[in-house]
Write a protein that binds this ligand. Structure first.
Ligand code: HEC
Ligand code: HEC
Ligand code: HEC
Ligand code: HEC
Length: 228
């Protein structure tokens, strides 16, 4: 009887020890789960954020075959733009003259693809977030409304000679405003052939490509400032 009492005492002590230890272990490990700061509170630089906008499609772009029959060139690209950087006019009929602010344009222009009716690939919009498309894009209805004047389109630098050395990454010859989303214009079958990128999978474009800064074009021989 006495022995049984001693054994059950030890069993009770052992169970109590396990319970207390378990409780304090859990309390201890709970502190390791201090909630991290929610991701959306981290600072996102707007112009840099856009660089990653279509990254999830990079490998699809990489594996897309070339369709030599339906390629755009920079020449046709600039045809329906009043000047470089101007919103292109809509070169096709739109079903409803008043459709605004819904997804009727994004059905085709969000991800692109071939449209039999227009016999062309749909250019992907670099700004799917600006849903009110026809605020800026209008069809061209007339060709002789304005008096001839002295306006001349600004010439662009064009593609193919923006690198310092053969094989070095070309600088970005254009502004970044409304052009943050690189893959929209530079990848896939709707990209003008001269600027269709050979490496859409490299994700962080601006790691290697920097905007051209015309201010530093005139680099003379470098002289160190003398101490006064
Ligand atoms: C059925 C699919 C489809 C729909 C819907 C559609 N588009 Fe298009 N869009 C195209 C195709 C294809 C082209 C290329 C036409 C060409 O190159 O001849 C194009 C070209 C354009 C261009 C010229 C882009 C450039 O880089 O030159 C603009 C601007 C445009 N569309 C705006 C719109 C707007 C605004 C809407 C909605 C009112 C719209 N589109 C609806 C298929 C579509
Ligand atoms: C605030 C004005 C504005 C709105 C709204 C707008 N766009 Fe644009 N869009 C522009 C400008 C400006 C450009 C020319 C950008 C450039 O060349 O740098 C452009 C370029 C484009 C291009 C040609 C991309 C290329 O390959 O160069 C397409 C396609 C396009 N927009 C479609 C759309 C669609 C579809 C919508 C609606 C979902 C839309 N845009 C809403 C101003 C706008
Ligand atoms: C609205 C469409 C559009 C967007 C968006 C865009 N580009 Fe461009 N890019 C062009 C065009 C068009 C050219 C050809 C030169 C010109 O017409 O200014 C070009 C030229 C270039 C060139 C020079 C290519 C060569 O062979 O010389 C580089 C590099 C470049 N872009 C990088 C970028 C990067 C990086 C981004 C994203 C931050 C970007 N582009 C976003 C349209 C675009
Ligand atoms: C690791 C550095 C690096 C990254 C990241 C990078 N590029 Fe390039 N890019 C280069 C180099 C180097 C060249 C020159 C290639 C040559 O001359 O063979 C080049 C060439 C280009 C060209 C000229 C056409 C061509 O393909 O040769 C364009 C347009 C371009 N890059 C756009 C982009 C875009 C858009 C992205 C983001 C998806 C990007 N690059 C990411 C290094 C890079």
């Amino acid at each position: 009887m006495k022995r049984l009492g001693i054994i059950s005492l030890f069993v009770i002590l052992f169970v109590a020890f396990i319970a207390v230890w378990n409780y304090s272990y859990q309390m201890g490990s709970e502190e390791a789960y201090v909630p991290l700061e929610p991701a959306q509170e981290s600072i996102i630089i707007p112009t840099e954020y856009g660089v990653f906008q279509r990254s999830q499609h990079a490998l699809d772009y990489e594996n897309m075959p070339f369709d030599y029959e339906h390629q755009r060139s920079l020449e046709t690209y600039y045809k329906n733009r009043a000047f470089p950087g101007a919103p292109p006019t809509i070169p096709h009929v739109v079903a409803d003259e008043r459709n605004m602010g819904d997804n009727s344009c994004l059905k085709c222009h969000e991800n692109g693809g071939f449209v039999e009716k227009f016999n062309a690939y749909t250019p992907v919009t670099p700004h799917p977030q600006l849903t009110n498309c026809r605020q800026c894009h209008v069809p061209e209805l007339t060709s002789g409304e304005f008096k001839p004047n002295s306006f001349v389109k600004k010439q662009v630098l064009g593609a193919g000679n923006n690198n310092a050395l053969l094989g070095s990454p070309p600088v970005i010859p254009h502004q970044l405003q409304l052009r943050e989303n690189c893959l929209a214009c530079h990848a896939g079958p709707s990209a003008p052939v001269e600027i269709r990128v050979s490496h859409p999978e490299r994700t962080n474009c601006r790691q290697c490509h920097v905007p051209s800064d015309t201010k530093v074009q005139e680099i003379k021989s470098f002289t160190r400032n003398k101490k006064e």
